[in-house]
Structures are given as C-alpha cells and as structure tokens.
Design a protein around this ligand. Structure first.
Ligand code: MG
Length: 313
C-alpha cells in the first residue's frame, strides 16, 4: 500500500473538542506575500477559485498595503475584480492604514483585517510606529470600517516571542488584544509570527484572554511551523475551545528553500488532523491537495506540506 492509498486518516474523536472548525485560509495573502516570485493575477484568481471549490469558506485574498512594500500583492484591486462570487464564501483583505481602507472600500470588500504588534520592536519595524502610536493609526481605520458595515479582524503579531525582544509577557499580549477589541475588532487572531510557541504557552495566553472576560469565539490562532510545533499548538488551541484556525494551502509562504521562510501551517496538514479528530471543516482534502499541487507547479517548486507530499507522491 502506498501513502496515496491511505487517503484519509482513521477517525478517533475526542470529547471536549469543538464539533466544527472554521479554517481561515491565508495562502493567497500571507503565503504569496512571503514568496519571492510575483504570481500573475490570473493565477491568483484561479488559485482562490480552486480553494473555494475545495470547500474553504474564508479566503484572505490580498493586502492593500503600499505596492512599494508589498509588490507581490500590488494587483489587489484587479484580483478582487476577477474573483467569482460564491455563496457563503468570504474574501477578507488586509488594510494597513486609511489609504488601504479607501482602496479596499472602492473595491467593494465586506471584511478587512488590520495587523497590530504585541511588541514595541515589531511595531517600529513593521508599522513604523511606537507601541502606543499603533492604536492611533488603527483607530480611524476601525471607526470607518465599522461605519461602512465591514467585519474587522485584528491580527496581533509576535504574541509568543519576538526576534528582537525575546520573551513577550502574556499581559502585554492581553493589553494589545483587549485594546483592539475595544476599538472595534470583531475577532482577534493571535499570531506566532516567528513560530516559537509551544502548546503550554498557547494555553497560557488563551487562558489569559478568558480570564480577562474575552469569549473564546472572539479568538483565532495563526501558527508557524518553524520549529515543527504548529499542529501541536493548534491541538492545544482546539482543546481550549478555539474554533477558528489560520492555515496556508500547501504551506505557501513557508518555502523551505528561501531565507524568508516563515513556515505557515499547511492547510492540508491541518485538515488531516481535523479529519482524524472527527472535527467538521467542510473541505475536500483531495481537491485541496490538487489546488496546492497546481499552485506549486505555477511556482516551480514542490509544496513543503507533508500531507501534500504524502498524498501526491
Ligand atoms: Mg503567517
């Protein structure tokens, strides 16, 4: 029997886990933003369509960051115009500032995400603001997004460690998260930007939010597999009741051959684990693997996802 014949894992449900998980697919945005190749807009549109056809329902499509800083996603408006509307499929986009929000609104988006930092160092490097000033930057974006009826997700970067500061106190993560929720974010996504989290740490941060009175339904997680912990951390988050998990089809953005490797959790690896746990997710794994293999061909290199490799070998 070859690995291909296995197809799906055996189901062994565990009590206490969510019955259903929403996969927040970030391949087209977080994935392609971190790939060195610039992908043609038609290829991006077909990739997103294949992912939607595979059953993914939230597809973070692109970013309205300044094209000078995010050249891979400079075609954001054109891409949104090429997407085929599908019943029940959402295409949130990243907006770094008011100018980005203007462009996103003009393109007719219904849902946006902002990126905050849990640390001073990353706020300065990524947002060009000091720690407190980042909130002054987000505030008008959030106000206008809410006034326009948009859903808003707030990413919190560096929740579990920072390459310049090292350890990040849990209270500091809670402070940023609570301020974003107060400012109007509907959901927080806790990002392990450099992939240093381990399961106990994940539970500690999630418990902190629950003690602060934040409902688990307002929390999502975004793990990177830099140290091989992404699925373990995801399992810990599921045990804590989290029902929204970020992943990148084929592990895009986690190119093992590039220095910029960020190691996004591969959607296929997540789906395999959820299938084994009997947790509903709505995704056809075969169709998803075919979409990722197709995208890998477009990029000219194999997917780093273990499940893609096992099922497409
Ligand atoms: Mg990522």
């Amino acid at each position: 029997m070859t690995a291909r014949d296995v197809g799906l894992p055996e189901r062994h449900p565990r009590a206490g886990l969510p019955a259903r998980v929403m996969i927040w697919e970030v391949g087209a945005r977080d994935g392609l933003q971190n790939e060195s190749a610039v992908v043609p807009v038609e290829v991006k549109a077909e990739f997103l369509d294949r992912l939607a056809a595979a059953g993914l329902r939230v597809l973070e499509a692109t970013s309205f960051g300044h094209p000078r800083w995010v050249p891979q996603l400079a075609d954001a408006t054109e891409l949104l115009g090429l997407l085929t509307p599908r019943e029940g499929v959402r295409y949130p986009v990243l907006v770094p500032n008011e100018r980005g929000l203007d462009r996103a609104l003009a393109a007719g988006v219904t849902e946006v995400a902002i990126v905050a930092s849990a640390t001073e160092s990353f706020a300065r490097r990524n947002l060009n603001r000091d720690f407190d000033a980042q909130f002054a930057m987000f505030s008008p974006v959030l106000c206008r997004a809410k006034a326009s009826g948009l859903g808003v997700r707030g990413y919190v970067s560096m929740c579990f460690g920072d390459p310049w500061e090292g350890a990040v106190p849990v209270d500091q993560v809670l402070d940023v998260g609570c301020r974003l929720l107060e400012a109007g974010c509907d959901q927080l996504c806790l990002g392990d930007t450099i992939g240093v989290a381990t399961p106990g740490h994940v539970v500690e941060v999630l418990d902190g939010f629950l003690r602060a009175g934040i409902g688990i339904d307002a929390l999502a997680v975004h793990f990177h597999d830099t140290y091989g912990q992404a699925l373990s951390n995801t399992f810990a988050a599921l045990c804590a009741g989290v029902t929204c998990v970020d992943a990148s089809a084929g592990g895009l953005g986690g190119c093992p051959y590039a220095e910029s490797a960020t190691g996004n959790l591969a959607t296929e690896d997540l789906v395999w684990m959820l299938d084994g746990l009997g947790i509903e997710h709505g995704v056809d794994l075969d169709a998803l693997v075919r979409a990722s293999v197709w995208m890998a061909d477009q990029l000219g290199r194999p997917s780093p996802s273990r499940v893609v490799q096992a099922l497409s070998g």
